[in-house]
Design a protein around this ligand. Structure first.
Ligand code: G3P
Ligand code: CA
Length: 246
């Protein structure tokens, strides 16, 4: 059965990449969470999508130039007043540290996709830090690292040959399974519209394919029929409901 991962938490309904969004997604019954990770100037791993804080917090600046204390002083929920479910308590949401999400995933025994956002900013040593942190958790085998930046994934695999790695791609590579085999990838994470245009190319190894970001139930049903390993969605409740038919 195709798994359902909450993309940045249940971000269609709650403030993305916050503990609130992750907890709500877990309550909905998702199989996994997808999170984006950056590193602060003092070497701490934080969960936020952009390399800067302006879009989704009330602060300004680049994560790499800010200390953890500075990042944690920001509100990650204050910019969501136009969301239907908005409550004033959202203003207290902070940018999570990776440990918080690991603990949540471990407590509920669910999968976790850690996307390392090294494609725009290089964070020296982030691969070692993430691997060292994850190695203390019982759900280590349920964690998959992804990145658009292939050297990051190769670095992780070199540090820890048991780490599961997935290459993020906006297109379906023409030699997709050559990539998987040669680079010893565990999976590829592909953009949903690229896969919909080229479903024939993903062949018989659908279990090595996860697809993002699937927010339309009709699209999700096509992926359930194709049998891809997982879809990532901003609307897990709706997708979990649709999956009941499969
Ligand atoms: O991991 C899939 C997806 O999250 C990649 O794109 O920009 O949403 O991080 P983005
Ligand atoms: Ca992501």
């Amino acid at each position: 059965m195709t798994k359902i991962y909450a993309h940045r938490g249940a971000k269609g309904t709650y403030p993305e990449n916050t503990m609130l969004a992750f907890e709500k997604a877990v309550e909905m019954g998702v199989d996994g969470l997808e999170v984006d990770v950056h590193m602060t100037s003092d070497g701490q791993l934080v969960v936020i999508h952009d390399e800067y804080v302006e879009r989704k917090t009330d602060g300004e600046g680049m994560i790499r130039d800010m200390t953890l204390e500075e990042v944690r002083a920001l509100s990650a929920g204050a910019r969501y007043k136009d969301f239907e479910a908005y409550e004033s308590s959202w203003e207290a949401e902070k940018v999570p540290i990776l440990q918080e999400v690991l603990e949540l995933a471990e407590y509920h025994d669910i999968e976790l996709n850690i996307e390392l956002k090294t494609n725009k900013v290089l964070y020296e040593g982030i691969e070692e830090k993430v691997d060292a942190m994850v190695s203390g958790y019982a759900i280590e085998h349920k964690i998959v690292y992804s990145s658009f930046h292939l050297p990051t994934l190769i670095r992780i695999k070199t540090i820890n040959p048991n780490a599961r790695i997935a290459w993020l791609n906006k297109k379906v590579p023409s030699i997709i399974y050559d990539y998987i085999n040669t680079l010893k990838l565990d999976a590829v994470h592909l953009s949903y519209n690229a896969v919909l245009k080229k479903t024939g190319k993903i062949g018989k190894s659908e279990d090595k394919v996860r697809v993002w970001t699937v927010n339309d139930v009709d699209d999700a049903e096509r992926f359930f029929e194709l049998g891809v390993e997982a879809i990532m969605t901003d609307f897990p409740r709706e997708m979990l409901q649709a999956r009941k038919e499969y």
